[in-house]
Design a protein around this ligand. Sequence first.
Ligand code: PRP
Length: 187
Amino acid sequence: MGGACVLDADVERILLTEGDIDKIITRIAAQIDRDYCAPDKKLVLLCILKGSVVFMGELMKKLTIPVEIDFMRVSSYGHGTVSSGNVNIILDIMRSDLKECDILIIEDIIDSGKTLSYLSRYLKLKGAKSVRTCTLLDKPSRREVDFTADYLGTVVPDEFLVGYGLDYSEKYRALPYIGVLKPEVYR
Ligand code: PRP
């Protein structure tokens, strides 16, 4: 195997192992099972592409209650560099039954808080029966708008994280753990 093909070599250290993540998701799934276990609930997990796809895939397998899934894709102008506050919807949720849906937005990470803050308001205005949020990771030190997720995996430090859905320039999403990227990779 050539060194250039091994993405692990670009990781400085592992922040969360597969085992750590599994425990976190098991805990969150139990909370969701408990909170949404009622005959009048219609739980829809809403995956925010692309980073949340791995988390959502694992989370839905651990739920024991009935669940539907859906997807949205958004982008924020100048994300990470300029705080414009604009969130663009690239792929919208298309459901005729939204008024009956208890939407749980699934995110891999909260940074400034703008994406989830915007999406929560958007889905309520669009008529969802209820809207809550769930994130695997949270970087509160980066917050620009006041926002707290209803379900939180774990707080992480302000470092460049990759793996388990998180990317740098579309790479590293498939790593089965969450690691800190070596600075020389992105500098
Ligand atoms: C990341 C992450 C959230 C958002 C969080 O997505 O998945 O959607 O940024 O940042 P915020 O709290 O500052 O709004 P990104 O734009 O990197 O797209 P991706 O999921 O396709 O990688």
